[in-house]
Design a protein around this ligand. Structure first.
Ligand code: ME8
Length: 479
């Protein structure tokens, strides 16, 4: 048997200072759709997600609830896991940065960096005084230029003035290599607008601090007890520690380099600059690609606790069901774009595409087949023209268009039914000639729909491939 091709895909690991909302759900569903699509096409997939649990932001959130950081993290990490189950996320592993293995591995990574040399022959990390403005919300140092009215524009808060001894990563020695690898797509950043953004950012980045003196909730550096790992070094490392690096290389050898890191634009700098620099310093290959999607707003507003417009993915799941939620999230706008999620449009879209669209068609076709006791034999799978068109959209991360292709097929079936009025036909052979190709089309659509709507697709496939096709229950009750 030929060896299966591998596919390693990740989401960001989410901060546990807050509960998951549909922003997090969105990236995680996209990752799941890709993971399922690759598995369906015979790839050996490793789909990773998890939680980012160290740093001052999380410690402050724990304190606000009067809980120890660990207890607080345990609770929120559990909530993440449950919400991802409710969305039918098929991750192969869930990493937490407070996992013992991860902590040990981050320490080993630090030791390697401490002992390493840059391509220009300097120490990779060095200790120095740091003075700067730190925004706990961002978990990063800001420059004066980035402030608006003296405040962090993302968190509307004045950053803290910090002065402490830190270890620094000598990013300056890596900038040219990174620039080259981004420019020639050896390290591919998608979409192209984000690649250009990363390239221009490279001009403005300096050596960055990889440790903090004043932070208590973090991983202690193995060679300096006064220092904790900067939360981002700890967090980025998850993509390799989850595979066992550096202590257990079996999975790592199989799956690294990652095929795609998914994220939104808020964390572009860390992933397109700091992360490749760390990897080069460790002597490891860079990610094959990163896909950086836009931030979306909710009904025109940035999502935030204070605005009271944070949407819990469970709210959508209980209203529309899992598969419909996945569909509504991915069909509304093109992946990658900054966009506005119009929640008030969900019911209309649900009714049009799912209740009256897919659900109604399946019900009509199976009712007619059952009523006339037609024996229809159709086959699942195969390289249809539809599959080729669909796969091409999927390879280009055009999820909304991939879905549109399937829905166009459904509309064609609907039209044939409207035009031929099979309910008026009594001759079974004639009926079969109309309904068999429609049933086959429906089966082809259901097959391709699996990554997006796994449960619905399975139901449709089961109904259509049964010995005797029976009328289907309503797949999507009208709202
Ligand atoms: O940044 N629109 O975690 P985080 C689209 N722990 N995507 C959104 C979104 C929105 N409005 N809001 C959140 C961190 N996201 C770090 C990551 S990785 C080594 C460490 C999604 O909890 C999107 O994927 O702030 C974004 O990049 C991520 O959540 C940020 O999650």
């Amino acid at each position: 048997m030929p060896k299966k091709q591998k596919y390693y895909i990740t989401t960001p690991i989410y901060y546990v200072n807050d509960k998951p909302h549909i922003g997090h759900a969105y990236t995680t569903v996209v990752g799941d759709v890709l993971a399922r699509w690759k598995r369906q096409n015979g790839f050996d997939v490793f789909y990773l997600t998890g939680t980012d649990e160290h740093g001052s932001k999380v410690a402050a959130a724990a304190q606000a609830e009067n809980k120890s950081p660990q207890k607080f993290c345990d609770e929120i990490a559990e909530i993440y896991k449950i919400k991802w189950q409710n969305l039918n996320i098929s991750n192969d592993y869930f990493i937490r940065t407070t996992d013992k293995d991860h902590i040990e591995r981050v320490k080993q990574i630090f030791s390697q960096l401490k002992n390493g040399q840059t391509p220009k022959g300097n120490d990779v990390i060095y200790k120095d005084n740091y003075q700067g403005l730190y925004c706990t919300g961002c978990e990063k140092f800001l420059t004066e230029k980035e402030l608006v009215n003296g405040q962090c524009p993302d968190h509307n808060k004045k950053p803290e003035a910090l002065k402490e001894k830190n270890y620094f990563f000598r990013l300056s020695d890596y900038k040219e290599i990174i620039r080259e690898k981004i420019a020639n797509d050896e390290f591919q950043i998608l979409p192209v607008s984000r690649k250009n953004e990363a390239l221009s950012l490279l001009d403005f980045v300096d050596d960055f601090s990889v440790s903090r003196e004043s932070v208590a909730w973090g991983i202690e550096l193995p060679f300096d007890q006064t220092q904790k790992s900067y939360v981002w070094v700890d967090a980025l490392s998850n993509y390799i520690t989850a595979l066992g690096y550096p202590s257990d290389l079996k999975l790592f050898k199989k799956f690294w380099p990652v095929d795609v890191h998914l994220m939104a634009q808020d964390i572009l700098k860390f992933h397109t600059i700091y992360w490749p620099a760390m990897l080069i310093a460790l002597g490891l290959p860079l990610p094959k690609s990163e896909y950086i999607h836009g931030f979306f707003t909710i009904d025109g507003q940035k999502m935030g606790k204070s605005r009271g417009n944070v949407i819990d993915p469970d709210e959508l799941v209980s209203k529309y069901g899992v598969d419909a939620t996945r569909y509504l999230l991915l069909s509304q706008f093109s992946f990658g774009q900054e966009a506005d999620i119009r929640v008030e449009r969900f019911p209309e879209k649900y009714n049009a595409d799912l209740a009256n669209g897919l659900g109604n068609l399946v019900a009509r076709v199976t009712t007619l087949i059952e009523k006339n006791k037609l024996k229809i034999i159709i086959k699942q799978g195969g390289d249809t023209k539809l599959k080729k068109e669909f796969d091409q959209k999927m390879s280009n991360y055009r999820f909304d268009e991939a879905l549109k292709i399937l829905w166009a097929e459904l509309r064609k079936c609907d039209e044939i039914i409207t035009n031929t009025q099979p309910w008026k036909i009594t001759d079974h052979e004639e009926l079969k000639k109309i309904l068999a190709p429609i049933a086959q089309d429906l089966l082809n659509v259901a097959d391709l729909l699996q990554p997006f709507m796994p449960q619905t697709a399975e139901k449709i496939i089961k109904i259509l491939t049964a010995d005797k096709i029976k009328k289907a229950q309503a797949l999507f009750p009208r709202i």
